[in-house]
Design a protein around this ligand. Sequence first.
Ligand code: LLP
Length: 419
Amino acid sequence: MDYFEYRDGIYHGEDVSLETIAATVGTPCYVYSRATLERHWHAFNDSFGDYPHTVYYAVKANSNLAVLNVLARLGSSFDIVSIGELERVIHAGGRSEQVVFSGVGKRLDEIERAVDVGIQCFNIETVAELDRIESTAAAKSCVVNIAVRINPDVDAGTHPYISTGLKENKFGLTADDAIDVYRRAAASAHLNVSGVACHIGSQLTRMEPFEDAFARVLEFVGRLEGEGISLDHIDFGGGLGVRYRDETPPHPTEYTERLVACLKQHGVSLPVTIEPGRVIAANAGVFLTRIEYLKDTQARNFAIVDGAMNDLIRPALYQSWQEVVSVRKADKSVPQRTYDIVGPVCESADFLGKERELAVRAGDLLAIRSAGAYGHVMSSNYNARPKPAEVMVDKDRFYVIRERETIEQMVAGEHLLPE
Ligand code: LLP
């Protein structure tokens, strides 16, 4: 559930009309709802009841400092995949000892910085990464916690670009490769074997792939115990899907119940960590854009808007469907027609929605829903378009949490060759 809804025919985020935001901040922009973010985070955190657990919000989904800060204030931990994400967490008031570092390609400088600030755990995905982490820890005379990400070879049944748990994917290690890494880590004076991790993909709408993966990870935990290697947590990753259209993903409560049932079945009672991103942020945000022109051709009606694929790339990249709503419900005089909602970028992939029934005029505002996760974070300056602003609504107030990029900011750091 989210806090975006019509009130007296005008779409609101919490108690603020999106018309007011557009008039003040301009378009295009992202608008987030604090209450929705908090609600989703609590839904996950509370779903575990008494079972020992930690929620590591996946920073990649939305890394705006204000978003991270809202979650840090709830006590959230954070899952990062780059030093940039680590610095964002620190800037936002998150605690480095509540950070887990995932990702297949950690550079030496990233590992060094993460060791310096004392993160909670490195999730190792490549055999050679162990050496880097160990020698960094040795050089700094400290001991760091590690987990190994297992690739369970499970089909997540999601878009191929966001499936990560198949053996042909670059992510994680097979159980056999992982065992060697654990043996070496257990023998190291500078590494502490802390956990095991897995993450099989994103926008999963069924429990079965999760359960297959959990079962394989738990079998692996048994194998480690047989080797005398004990763990202090299991990280089951993120990936729970959201409703964009008519998907019916499991509620966090069902997800957790079935996860805990798997643990019981395998006789495991270790603390659990999870890394949800989308399920917390996606429906906590909309992308607000204004129609510049309506253009009718023989084949199609286009609503040409001021937002584009550089601002919100999910429709172009994954053919994702996100609901498009008119910010002001039209009166009867405006005909309802079928539109493709397209931006000004010079590509036919530049669409935000196709074949949508809308009653709109040029100048009207549209809100693209479910844009709070993998929206602004995936934006670019393609076509030399400055990045959009971001706004957070908190009850009846709203705050610009990222200013619209200016042309000067966009070209800052570029240099002409000397005469
Ligand atoms: N943990 C790890 C190690 C991950 O790689 C990811 C996402 C997550 C957690 C969070 O997954 P979530 O709960 O958000 O599904 N750009 C794509 C999604 C890419 C997800 C990558 N990894 C999209 O817009 O659909």
